[in-house]
Design a protein. Sequence first.
Lengths: 422, 163
Amino acid sequence: MTQKILADHAGLGSVKPGQLIQAKVDLVLGNDITAPVAVKRFEEAGLSSVFSRDRIALVMDHFTPNKDIKAAQQCKCVREFARKHGIINFFDVGQMGIEHALLPEKGLVVPGGLYIGADSHTCTYGALGAFSTGVGSTDMAAAMARGTCWFKVPGALRFRLHGKPKKWVSGKDVILTIIGITGVDGARYKSMEFCGDGLINLTEDDRLCMANMAIEAGAKNGIFEVDGVTLRYVKSHSKKPYRIFKADEDAEYEKTYDIDLGKIEPTVAFPHLPSNTHPVSECKNIKIDQAVIGSCTNGRIEDLRTAAEIIGGRKVAPGVRCIIIPATQRIYMQAMEEGLLKAFVEAGCAVSTPTCGPCLGGHMGVLAEGERAVSTTNRNFVGRMGHTKSEVYLASPAVAAASAIAGRIAEPDEVTGRGNQQ
Amino acid sequence: MKLCGKVFRYGDNVDTDVIIPARYLNTSDPKELASHCMEDIDAGFAKEVRPGDIIAAGKNFGCGSSREHAPIAIKAAGISCVIAATFARIFYRNSINIGLPILECPEAAESIRAGDEVEADLKTGAIRDITLGRTYRSEPFPEFIEKIIESGGLMNAIAAHRI
């Protein structure tokens, strides 16, 4: 699938792994951390115009609403660039959401497209059957000027998904399990292609979460076969034309993994690598100081519904700070209308406007020395959420919510008191 | 282009969050970024590094975030070249795009020790550990990549119409 999309955008009949190509990009994305560097590069090179006003997206989401003066200066720089060049898809505080939740929701990314973004989690849009990958700020600057980018064609790994996930098992548990198998560099430079009869049992939000974390296995991109679930999502969010690329019957894969969704348990990645995974049932008395539910990985409406199902009517454990961050304004509104935010606040959670904030230790939940968090974000590297002697355990919204109530990493059923036979 | 310097040595999976922690990403000033480079795994790095020095590391160097601030910080700290068993792909392209030479060589990455004097020849891909008296071969870059590095980065190469 990946190779077909790349060949199509490079104007070539076919491409081979390892081949270096120049391809047209359908959209180039930057945020308030990476875009200022790209703007600087763009201006230093003496470039005067962008290749397209509507094929560039600038999202002020990382350190916004601005956490300090320097962050404010960075946003100002991007804001001025957006104004000067008439960038249509510029999203500032009040309209913005976390970029990888926002772009699919706004219908800016569709099947068959080629998207690059100066953010490593740009691989998220592969959930829609697109090729999308993270690049750096210089790539972004060059693409804003020329509408093209150079790529090395990746080889492909196939993940055939079978069966149906159990109650409380989400896309997050599936992708953490897969990263536990491949390791953090098992898919380095490669494309992770997801297919199989189990796909139908994964919602679009599950898939967005899974494609989002392909980078944590080192992959260039993650891509899902397009099916009815994808098309329902795309048609209800976008009016853009799309194209479906299917893998050939005899497509070559460097390796095929068969994953039984029914055998996957709620999964937790221990510090300090996303591949350091364990079933939640092995987590014995791991006390937490903070629980974060949000991010480009898990701040979507289904994530909040799951969290509310567990948190609603209960109280956050004494000594635990539970921070909930809907990923976009629309999700925030939806969560408000559905009564989820009320349930969170009544339980003693803090609910924030959309921001990447705590995921990368920026603001809105930075950890002190010796503190421990369970988080639905995507990375648990040393110092990721704050002090270098703090710890991040990665988990699904269900596990994070249950842990916030229990005060330690917990299984959802321990808190809800239900069996997992539902 | 030949590069020569003393080696700072690190292990596998050095991620961009330790190369330059996100708490310093509220600036893109290379000097300021350099002053915090590697601080979370090697507090002495920024003080001890001298222009021309080399980083040698294990596999998957530069994994994680796409922040170009990571190779910028390394380059601005004075590092002339990074040698690793393998690189994470975004870091790899970012380094090329900003003109930070990087060489992939598992043998060299395994043997080179902290403090060794090492010389790297970008043209041939040869890596010489002067202290140990050993030479290793890495794959030299294709011509268009070499032009980007020689120009000091992708934007310079585009501005000079070299690619």
